[in-house]
Design a protein around this ligand. Structure first.
Ligand SMILES: C[S@@+](CC[C@H](N)C(=O)[O-])C[C@H]1O[C@@H](n2cnc3c(N)ncnc32)[C@H](O)[C@@H]1O
Length: 231
């Protein structure tokens, strides 16, 4: 595994694009109230899932290498991403299913709202320990400290940038810290199925995990409507 490449990816190669709790519920087929268990959002970036769920009394911890940056630097990265992604999405709009978002304007508004909610919660949440700076494949977290780990738009999506060995270590690490792991989507950025899925599945099953691929009520990238679940 190329650690230098992974670190670079954390701050530059992966778009710091944050989604809202309603989107996470659809990606991961989660109920409105996931109950009293502890949830880890790994690779959370500027998603508002932690902020929104904390407001609803759910125990969520967000982890991301982005959190090593001061807030103004994170805000600059996000503003740059928004400037680039609007035109890119417009040019590639045919590659996506628009049922959930409606149109590009509403999608960008959702992203801005997520980021605003994230930044409103971040300083107090960082002090309170619910935003943790860290990165796969080694997490600064105790074994079995979560009931559920979510990984949205990182593993499998960046299959070109993150090789199979990285995925094997990262999924094993998530399974070390949480009783259950859900990863979405299972499609690479170019819209093709991730080449790492089957090898990851076999590897985890050999280690005693139960691995399932399940449909979810969400599709934006065409064909990206399944999650990987590890128990
Ligand atoms: C495309 S964003 C997705 C953010 C959020 N999960 C969502 O779906 O809205 C991917 C995130 O993964 C983070 N990331 C990159 N490399 C990582 C690593 N090795 N471990 C954990 N997170 C990483 C990035 O900093 C970025 O915030």
């Amino acid at each position: 595994m190329n650690r230098e490449r992974t670190a670079r990816l954390g701050l530059a190669g992966v778009t710091p694009w944050g989604r809202r709790a309603s989107e996470y519920r659809a990606f991961f087929d989660l109920p409105e109230d996931p109950g009293p268990g502890r949830i880890l959002d790994c690779g959370a970036g500027p998603s508002s899932y932690t902020a929104e769920m904390t407001g609803a009394g759910v125990r969520v911890t967000a982890l991301d290498p982005l959190y090593r940056l001061p807030v103004p630097a994170m805000q600059r990265l996000l503003a740059d991403a928004q400037h680039k992604i609007g035109p890119a999405l417009t040019a590639e709009r045919h590659r996506f299913v628009w049922d959930f978002y409606g149109d590009i304007h509403r999608l960008l508004t959702a992203r801005r709202e997520a980021a605003e909610r994230f930044f409103a919660d971040y300083s107090a949440g960082r002090a309170g320990g619910r935003y943790v700076c860290g990165e796969l494949p080694r997490l600064p977290l105790a074994t079995s400290s979560f009931d559920l780990a979510l990984c949205s738009h990182l593993l499998f999506l960046y299959s070109r940038e993150l090789d199979l060995e990285f995925h094997l270590h990262a999924l094993s690490e998530l399974a070390r810290v949480a009783a259950e792991v859900r990863v979405f989507p299972m499609i690479s950025l170019d819209g093709t199925p991730s080449p790492h899925v089957e090898a990851c599945r076999r590897f985890l099953e050999r280690r005693g995990a139960r691995v399932t691929i399940e449909p979810v009520p969400f599709e934006f990238q065409r064909g990206a409507n399944h999650l990987l679940r590890i128990r």
